[in-house]
Design a protein around this ligand. Structure first.
Ligand SMILES: *Cc1c(COP(=O)(O)O)cnc(C)c1O
Length: 236
């Protein structure tokens, strides 16, 4: 049988993951691929599982909700990666295992309340707007440490690390300083607060994941390059 388009996409992606990990003297096994399924129908879920991917992510509840009707949804670990209003927390907490986009103490509070109520434990990452772009959500380097201080002891939450979205650049190489800063922020906070499990860096998307891995990404969030079928006429 011919490989699914997901497997074909993944083959190319894995070559880059291995190469970038090797460039950085890292093991490719330490890098988790989170398939961002927002542009794909729910039929993509069994194809992801079949290709060996067990992590999926969405950035809006309105788009995510249909995916959970699919019988295979419960076989995946789910990551919420988009901006989240506190009134949507009640939908997210029962279904998602990770929230990468905690961008305020109020949101962390709401997630904590939800987690306690639904008897869940949520893995959370703080979103950092490293480049301080006005249109982007997230803490900056200074407010991040203060947020960690306030959030680390909230019940129902495990504070696991940091997430960023790099600025859109012409050359992926230009995003490198942003990834490097996120990693140094993570290491600084981990040492200052003695947080042993604060070890996750969610950074790198379809256009820049190779650079993110070289700079220490432990989770890469891949949308288009992984879940979109190759369009005819375009090189696969
Ligand atoms: C859509 C999205 C991605 C995936 O983007 P691609 O460039 O398609 O790989 C990653 N992270 C977040 C927060 C997203 O919204």
């Amino acid at each position: 049988m011919e490989d699914s388009y997901i497997k074909q996409n993944l083959n190319g992606i894995l070559k880059t993951v291995w190469q970038s990990a090797s460039n950085a003297g890292r093991s490719a096994h330490d890098i988790r691929i989170v398939a961002i399924t927002k542009t794909a129908p729910s039929e993509v879920l069994p194809l992801l599982l079949d290709a060996g991917i067990s992590d999926a992510g969405e950035n809006r509840w309105q788009v995510a909700r249909d995916k959970f009707e699919h019988p295979d949804a419960s076989r995946l670990t789910w990551h919420f990666v988009g901006s989240l209003q506190t009134n949507k927390v009640k939908y997210i907490v029962p279904r998602f295992d990770w929230v990468h986009s905690v961008d305020s103490i109020e949101l962390a509070d709401a997630l904590s309340h939800g987690a306690v109520k639904f008897e869940r434990n949520l893995q959370i990452l703080l979103q950092v707007n490293v480049a301080e772009e006005p249109q982007k959500h997230g803490f900056n380097a200074e407010s991040c440490a203060e947020a960690v201080r306030r959030i680390q002891a909230l019940p129902g939450l495990s504070l696991r690390g940091l997430m960023t979205m790099a600025p859109i650049v012409d050359r992926a190489e230009d995003a490198r300083p942003v990834f490097r800063q996120l990693r140094s922020l993570l290491e600084g906070i981990r040492d200052d607060f003695s947080l042993e499990a604060f070890d996750q860096l969610s950074m790198g998307m379809s256009d820049d994941f190779a650079i993110a891995i070289e700079e220490g990404a432990t989770m890469i969030r891949l949308g288009r390059s992984l879940v979109n079928p190759p369009t005819s006429g375009e090189e696969a």
